[in-house]
Design a protein around this ligand. Sequence first.
Ligand code: GTP
Ligand code: NA
Ligand code: MG
Length: 342
Amino acid sequence: SNGVDRELRAPICCILGHVDAGKTKLLDCIRRSNVQGGEAGGITQQIGATYLPVENIRERTSLKAVATIKVPGLLVIDTPGHQSFSNMRLRGSSLCDIAVVVVDITRGLEKQTIESLDLLKHRNVGFIVALNKVDRLHGWKTCPNAPIAKALKNQSEDVQSEFKWRVTEVVTQLKENGFNAALYYENKKMKEVVNIVPTSAVSAEGIPDLLLLLVRWVPEIMMDRLTYVNNVECTVLEVNEDKDFGTTIDVVLINGALSKGDRIVVCTKQGPVTTNIRYLLTPYPMKELKAKGVYKHHEELKAAQGVKIAVRGLRHAIAGTALIVVKPGDDLERAEAAAVQE
Ligand code: GTP
Ligand code: NA
Ligand code: MG
């Protein structure tokens, strides 16, 4: 099939990298939010999820040829870079379709960059390198929101030459870690050679390039994987207590649909628990799932989405495990066994 009448779901993109490379700030730049500014010590300590509808991405890229985008949006998973949160990096990389590894251009590959690369290598997950903080190159003239090629043209020879040697250094370091990589606009083998996109989370140079790779190129290379199917595939990210909703679980709905009232099985520290979805909630588009805020209520939600589910009995649910939907007539014992196995 050429995929023309397939329904594609939003790709799930996990942001990985060393602490302070600019992962959250890049998302803030795209969302026009300030999540990073509100973090204790400027350090991310929880996994996050944000849905970016295609209309917002279009506006961010000032892209005219909208017909070429075949996905409804992008679901972005933010992870912490601090060394103590490797479990969250593992969780994020386990459920994504593609990763963005953020590297600070002034620092090159660092410890958790390499840890992230190893994780992706072992799980065979494709990724793009965002070579961030280009605005910190000495003498950089900012061109807010410009595609990177345009921004680079605007720089002095000195800046351009610093840019070149720093890119070469990162390419060498990636090579030492087993990856061939190239600036994406010079990359003639996009499927085999890792794409590098220079970015700034402060002045937004390269943001249009990064978004376009994610919503146009990624769906092109993983059409089958992104084809919507009705089987629920869903992972628990976090368990919270909410003053209005009681116990809530934040989940990533990877495929299929969830409905209010659905009977679900989730693994807890006391074993599998069967319960019902009391409320099916999402933050507003472009808002972080983990941020306290106003939620939208839904009767039904289709993948891919970051979802907050209000439930009874799941206070001790285990993050990283699967949520399983039990349809009328399904074998409950089998579902419970499956929940434990995941
Ligand atoms: P962790 O989640 O704690 O691992 O960090 P992070 O990768 O999310 O980095 P974060 O967004 O917290 O940014 C770290 C610092 O770098 C902050 O002070 C940001 O303002 C700054 N920063 C991030 N991106 C850029 C950039 O492109 N240019 C400049 N000049 N500063 C940046
Ligand atoms: Na940080
Ligand atoms: Mg962060």
